[in-house]
Design a protein around this ligand. Sequence first.
Ligand code: TXA
Ligand code: MG
Length: 333
Amino acid sequence: MKTIVYEPTEENIKKCAEIIRKGGLVAFPTETVYGLGADAFNEDACRRVYEAKGRPSDNPLIVHIARASDIGQLTPRLSEDIVKLIDNFWPGPLTLVVKKKDTISKTVSGGLDTVAIRLPDSEATRALINWAGTPIVGPSANTSGRPSPTKAEHVLHDLDGRIDAIIDEGDCRVGIESTVLDMTGDVPTILRPGIVTRENLEAALGKTVELDPTLTAGKPADEDFKPKAPGMKYKHYAPKADMLIVEGNREDVKNEVERLRVLNEKLGNKVGILLFEEKTFNEAAHEFFADLRDMDEQGVDMILAGALSDAEGVGFAVMNRMLKSAGYNIVRV
Ligand code: TXA
Ligand code: MG
């Protein structure tokens, strides 16, 4: 299969919508990362999404819609809280986990009785969904386990020849995936942190929002543990290089990273350094996955990264990815 990269013109988006209608796979831009799209109501097409990514079949897909009112196709009821969240954050980087309708296949839901729904803010992607005439699934458009793609070239690197098309809208603005919020229990619970933070959600809802306990455990879940977001248990965001995170105050971290760099270079290792220092947490989010991929391209053997210190905001969301990339390999200085 030849993968075609399209500019987001009206004519091209219509071509891509036709590919989706016929059961094909089209990678699409969002404000967070690129997604791998297929007709959410076409089970064969959704199965091919898992195949193309090499994704375990128990890890459910997020369904993307073109307008908030389309949510009724996917879930039987809306609570007042869900409506508040939609009004405050959609379109935007917030995914809501809600009860699913029977129209959603087990292939999409990974066998759960819930579905994750998101309204992305790319106009090109909303036009794609609109012209396809169906909600589309959209896991991140990377090979399973690799860093999420924030540029069309990242998608091409992982999935060239395995998908029909990519809509190239340049760099993704946010750079890390959406916040996943479970709305099926008594208390809204963040299953995956993102740039929509607990503080933002609590302000909109006027009530407490919890963090799933796995997010603050600081270590990988046990083999037999079943997290609420199945995807959170898999090895993730892994660069080819070994990665070590150094945590502490800025000066100490810088010195320790320098010491380890010299030591590792003496051993003949090519070392990559990831220190965000003066940068904001949003800038770190924007660059993180792209930096990992750049270091892979450069053939780096060892990545030394400075931890971001943020209890639960955007820095915490980046740290969630950084810890997984490093296999929780962290030292404190
Ligand atoms: O920003 C994003 O969310 C991107 C863009 C393309 O929209 N998509 C994305 O999808 O990151 P993916 O498949 O790479 O990550 C989805 C996460 C996984 O951890 C998955 O386990 C979880 O959401 N998830 C999906 N459906 C769920 C459900 N019904 N209940 C709990 N977790 C769910
Ligand atoms: Mg992913």
